[in-house]
Design a protein around this ligand. Structure first.
Ligand SMILES: *Cc1c(COP(=O)(O)O)cnc(C)c1O
Length: 384
């Protein structure tokens, strides 16, 4: 564990987001909590027990290794689905453990059937179909082929899901493409059902789709970013606020990130600060050194642009972000001392550094900033 900084997770915020989503999506729509990329940087081991506590029973991950981490956190029976990568050996292990996975090609289907036969345990698969994203999924010919194989091996296969992924529901510019994807999905579903194969869950929506196109909710939605308190895009947020005539964001952010002042220095007017000549002190200033840099999720593009909160004041990052350090200007932060808290993301008094502020400056998506928070930083659950 690296103790240069601390990530805090607010349990009340998490509970709020789950109850908001449950209320909006209703009883008939299952929530699959997407916890890939270490639960969007929040920490699988910290977040999954909380999700479980507040009633989540379905999890989606990308890698088999993430599925195992979720599996080891759970105390009640829940479903876990691998949407992405598992090797042949992992497919076998997944079947043994009852872990579900996407099938988007015939190769994987055949491996699943072979392993299921050997183990005498049904493989629980989600057939992912290609509807226009052109990323992963069975096209119509492959679906027909897969159906034939499944019908011959029906004692080895359970169709836990029939799904696709929409190519960018968070932006209106993709509206037309998404409508076409939905039409294609429905046609392919008819093909499946005409063969008397009925998936347990039909699912296509991520957070954005579930809110922009409510009919995409079907039996289940795969919700990631909103569980953590973020909207997929400003566009989705504004769409929701306007169509519901509300002014206050119903979601609350879970994650805070803080460090501390490692050293304080006085710098004379006319001196450069840090590497090179990117920051020239225009007056006598006081600086604080903070032991967090680009190797720990603090993007280099925040050089001379980032803001942190110290002692209830907003302070600027000056000079370039180093591998392990940043320098901030604390001239106007009042009485500060070594060891004082530095808020990198989150609130202090009535000020807040949002991930979005962070990401707009650095031109990274919320998703990207969160996913880059290193696993090695300690995470701790707090109640507000
Ligand atoms: C990441 C992901 C999601 C969740 O997306 P959010 O925008 O975070 O809700 C859903 N489905 C698939 C296939 C994904 O990869």
């Amino acid at each position: 564990m690296i103790d240069n900084s601390l990530i805090t997770l607010n349990e009340n915020a998490l509970e709020n987001n789950i109850s908001f989503l449950k209320k909006k999506l209703g009883d008939k729509v299952k929530i699959s909590a997407v916890v890939k990329a270490n639960a969007y940087g929040h920490g699988i081991e910290q977040v999954v027990p909380l999700f479980e506590k507040y009633g989540i029973e379905h999890y989606s991950v990308f890698y088999y290794s993430e599925a195992i981490r979720v599996y080891n956190c759970l105390t009640k029976p829940s479903s876990i689905v691998v949407m992405g990568w598992l090797c042949e050996k992992s497919i076998r292990e997944a079947i043994e453990k009852g872990i579900e996975f996407f099938v988007f090609n015939i190769e994987r289907l055949n491996i699943a059937i072979k392993s299921a036969k050997e183990l005498k345990i049904k493989a629980k698969i989600h057939l992912e179909v290609e509807t226009g994203m052109n990323r992963s999924g069975l096209n119509i010919d492959e679906l027909v082929h897969a159906i034939a194989i499944i019908k011959e091996n029906i004692e080895n296969i359970e169709i836990a899901g029939f799904c696709t992924h929409l190519a960018g529901a968070e932006s209106i510019s993709n509206h037309f493409r998404i409508q076409n994807q939905l039409k294609k999905y429905k046609k392919m579903l008819v093909t499946l059902e005409n063969n008397d194969l009925h998936p347990k869950y039909k699912h296509v929506a991520n957070s954005a789709a579930a809110f922009v196109y409510p009919k995409t909710r079907m039996d289940m939605v795969r919700v990631g970013i909103m569980l953590y308190g973020f909207w997929s895009s400003t566009e989705v947020f504004i769409h929701y606020m306007n169509s519901n005539h509300i002014k206050k964001d119903p979601l609350t952010r879970i994650l805070g990130w803080q460090s501390q002042i490692m050293a304080i220095k006085e710098v004379k007017s006319g001196e450069f600060v840090g590497y090179g000549i990117s920051y020239l002190a225009q007056s006598n200033i006081t600086t604080a050194l903070v032991p967090v840099g680009y190797s720990f999720g603090y993007s280099r593009s925040l050089s001379n642009k980032g803001r942190v909160l110290i002692n209830g004041s907003r302070c600027s990052v000056i000079g370039v972000v180093n591998m392990n350090m940043i320098i901030v200007d604390i001239t106007n932060a009042g009485n500060t001392k070594v060891g004082d808290k530095v808020v990198l993301i989150g609130k202090q008094d009535d000020l807040e550094i949002k991930v979005s502020a962070f990401s707009e400056i650095s031109d990274e998506l919320n998703y990207e900033i969160l996913a880059h928070l290193p696993d090695s930083i300690e995470r701790t659950v707090i109640k507000q």
